[in-house]
Design a protein around this ligand. Structure first.
Ligand code: DX5
Ligand code: ZN
Length: 226
């Protein structure tokens, strides 16, 4: 079940100090993160309001690492080009955030970006039917989207196993690998469970940023160890 790829850690800057975001991004970069996870919320698709394209653009010069932009906005289509221009590398969308998921994924790819689809705890894996072959990433939510610091929902593990099987079958048939990311409630206890279930990118907000900059490298190392 475990992924053949190395584990990548993607700190969610939702848990960073928003009064000094540039500094925080530099600190997690130096501390050894792999990707930087940016949670975009609109106060409508999810009950919280966070970061827009201007902030992504302002953060771009602070790190060369992959900007993994998780869009929790609806309708999502009109804002995708702005996040692409702002410097996103991976853009992930929820199937519920627009009327035509295939077209949305096509749009992301046409802008030269990597595309991801995000499954909420109640969204079945069948939502990937018809788009999986176009994807660079599948993101399994292990909390309901909207806030950091929530408790891990264990049913995400079964969903990870199912998607891991789908991805491995695709690779065996000659397809390109797809990253399998998990987001929500990832800490030193749940990280090994998610890795064993097939995740190879771990999003972690609280578990990365707890303790302030002096703790970031240890926090990231502990998650990667699985
Ligand atoms: C929730 C976000 C997550 C969140 C994770 O909607 O997508 O990325 O910030 O935070 P923790 O790791 O604290 O659960
Ligand atoms: Zn997220």
């Amino acid at each position: 079940m475990k992924s053949a790829s190395p584990i990548r850690i993607a700190p969610s800057i939702l848990s960073a100090d928003f009064a000094k975001l540039g500094e925080e991004v530099r600190a997690i970069d130096t501390a050894g993160c792999d990707w930087i996870h940016i949670d975009v919320m609109d106060g409508h698709f999810v009950p919280n309001l966070t970061i827009g394209p201007l902030v992504v653009q302002a953060l771009r010069p602070h790190s060369k690492k992959t900007f993994d932009v998780h869009l929790m906005i609806g309708p999502v289509d009109p804002l995708i080009p702005a996040f692409a221009d702002a410097g996103a590398d991976v853009i992930s969308v929820h199937p519920e955030s627009g009327p035509h998921l295939h077209r949305t994924v096509q749009t992301i790819k046409s802008l030269g970006k990597k595309a991801g689809v995000v499954l909420n705890p109640a969204t079945p894996v069948e939502a990937l039917d018809g788009v999986l072959d176009m994807l660079d990433l599948v993101l399994i939510m292990s909390v309901n989207p909207g806030f950091g610091g929530q408790k891990f929902i264990p049913s995400a593990l079964e969903k990870l196993r199912r998607v891991r099987t789908m991805i491995d079958a695709r690779v065996k048939a000659g397809g390109a690998p797809i990253a399998l990311e998990v987001d929500g409630g990832i800490d030193r206890l749940t990280a090994p469970q998610a890795i064993a279930a097939g995740a190879d990118v771990l999003v972690a907000g609280t578990a990365t940023f707890t303790g302030g900059p002096a703790a970031y490298a240890d926090n990231i190392r502990a998650l990667r160890a699985g």
